[in-house]
Design a protein around this ligand. Sequence first.
Ligand code: TMP
Length: 214
Amino acid sequence: MHRGRLITVEGIDGSGKTTHIDHIHTYLEQQNISVIRTREPGGTEMGEALRDILIRRVDLAMHAETELLLMFSARMEHLQKRIRPAMESGTWVVIDRFIDATYAYQGGGRGVSMDRIRLLENWVLNGLEPDLTILLDLPVEISLARTKAREQARDRFELQDREFKHTVREAYLERARQNPDRIRIVDASAEIDKVKQEIWKTLDMLVEKEHDRI
Ligand code: TMP
């Protein structure tokens, strides 16, 4: 049996990740592919507890490198308990954010050294790479306008200023430049149906390759 594929979806807040992940999940199920969806930080009981500290507990001040280590702690748990077992049994995994978010938010946004992130990536991921990453790219102004309309309380990252978000977006785009075969940039400011079509086209290519494997 072939190992399941790993698809990750990235983008700054307001890029429509949740909606598009729903579509991706449904699309793959329709192709008779066994698939699970999950998110980071989170995806396990421990990971969700860490998520609460990392995102919701804005009352807890945190050093940028502590934040980095906690992100990777949640990721280690996720990889060991869910991602690797699923992939090994042939199931595809779709994750709402993964390693590129760390380069974008902790590296770009917080200014933690990219080398330090790479060190942890080598340890925790141990060579694992997503097969496909969809980067829902959006200008910061649109992101701010979309998230302002949300009712929920602001989290640790939503509370950051425009400059932070701008740096995060740029770091994502830089990751895409460095990994052109893996990361597909999709213009998330376009009409939702157009975004959906773009994503489908990309998924079709991956599913076709899968059929060639069988
Ligand atoms: P979201 O899943 O609702 O988008 O929120 C997750 C937040 O966590 C988001 O603001 C980005 C942040 N994050 C990081 O800073 N580093 C990471 O490695 C991951 C996975 C998420």
